[in-house]
Design a protein around this ligand. Sequence first.
Ligand SMILES: [Zn+2]
Length: 153
Amino acid sequence: MRCPFCDSNNTKVVDTRHDAQGNVRRRRECSDCEQRFSTVERAILTNPLVIKRDGRREEFDVDKLMSGLRIACARRPISAAHLDRVVERVEYAIRQTGRTEVSSQMIGDIVIEELRQLDEVAYIRYAIVYMGLKDLESIRAEIDRLRAQRHYQ
Ligand SMILES: [Zn+2]
């Protein structure tokens, strides 16, 4: 670690502690100019790769997920906090797998499940795009399934 005051490479750690966020904080001292400074170490979470239906891989993109959600939830009574929570659930689930590659199907399933509980219209919109409900029949079947489920709740 270089000294931020004199650019010397001759620095040493004088104290190490964990802060409230779980980061490692080190107090350092420069042996040349004797200035002290702190550094914080935190984990870098690498973005997993998402395996798409056609086998192509792309980096998991929170912004892309969020814009898909916004489109599905347009003009529906769903707050930004709700959408943030859906995104958090997806990120958490990906981390839980411990894998560096996850399928787009898995992400879609989580989102669908969250939207199903939030708002039926948003759920159907998302399902049409991401579950590939292409024809009226399969969309209708999904709506019927929803209705039946609601009936039993
Ligand atoms: Zn220095």
